[in-house]
Design a binder for this molecule. Sequence first.
Ligand SMILES: Cc1cc2nc3c(=O)[nH]c(=O)nc-3n(C[C@H](O)[C@H](O)[C@H](O)COP(=O)(O)O)c2cc1C
Length: 192
Amino acid sequence: MKKVIGIFGSPRPDGNSDILLNQALQGAMAGGASVERIMIRNLQIAPCNSCNACFEKGVCAIGDDMQKVYPQLVAADSILVASPVYFMGVTAQLKALIDRCQSFWAQKYILKLPIREDKRIARGFFIATAARSNGDNLFAGAVKTMKSFFHVLDARYTGDMLCSELEEKGAVHERDGLLQQAFNAGRQMFKV
Ligand SMILES: Cc1cc2nc3c(=O)[nH]c(=O)nc-3n(C[C@H](O)[C@H](O)[C@H](O)COP(=O)(O)O)c2cc1C
């Protein structure tokens, strides 16, 4: 059975990105995958402090909840991440998790070790929400960050859902088609 992890990047419970990611995960389950959820807002994840300890063995020296997340990222066949756009990027909570993946960077580029022992390439899919209307590269910063995150994890960026004009909590419910689109993205995950 394929393993899918959903990473919830918003600090706002049951907000627009949560709703869309839950839809995508429902779709993944309907497609036969097993699903795990990582709710970053419930975890203690310190930012990377650039101590470079990971350069020795590819292992992060900070003893917090990220230590539970590392094996989940490695075990995943597919990683679905959702975040609101905050000041043209992803949330600080999600960025902390991403920066802590510097240990994977060290593993790959300094120690020349594979991310997964079987050298399997995972899949990566990004869901973003934002209040403004789409223009002025509203999602460009967040997408660049996510591409870099998936790249270091040996995950192919298979696509995204970039949803503008969603401000209030739950606004996504009033938008035709978005919930179904997210469900379909999860369901199709292993077909792209
Ligand atoms: C700190 C903060 C920064 C934000 N920055 C932006 C922004 O740069 N552009 C934008 O369109 N919306 C911005 N928003 C609005 C959120 O992206 C939007 O409300 C989104 O739908 C929230 O998703 P959520 O319900 O999953 O938390 C910001 C909201 C907050 C709280």
